[in-house]
Design a protein. Sequence first.
Length: 154
Amino acid sequence: MEGGRPTRLTPDDTAVAGGRLRNAGLRATRPRQTVLALLDGWAGHHAVDDLSAALVDLGHRFPRQSVYNVLDDLVRVGLALPADTGPGRALYERAGDWHHHFVCLDCGAVMDVPCAIGDKPCLDAAVPGAEIDEAQVIFRGRCADCADRGPADA
């Protein structure tokens, strides 16, 4: 696979995905293997429609709802993460280190921002008696490319 959108999924890609699914306690169904292999080979943050279109381009036609269901399963067992970028379409990414996101207000680019601590919840919250599982921070502004183009339009 290349740095951008994958141009193919090999049997090795789906076999590796199948092993990861089984290790996480999920059955290695064809849709799960294919979606996980796609996420593993395609860096970044992707909407379900983008993932579905990529799957079609790769010769895999799954109903959109199946892609949602697979992503829910992958998130539940920690193989994928929802990329919290605020209102708008839901984005997903392959699982890795816990992090936050920066969203460019001009071009919409989404970038990972490392946590100060690196583990969930990453921030301390003074909420008496509460058990905090995670903290989602969304940074907003202009990315370097947009900032290089000059001041934002008023």
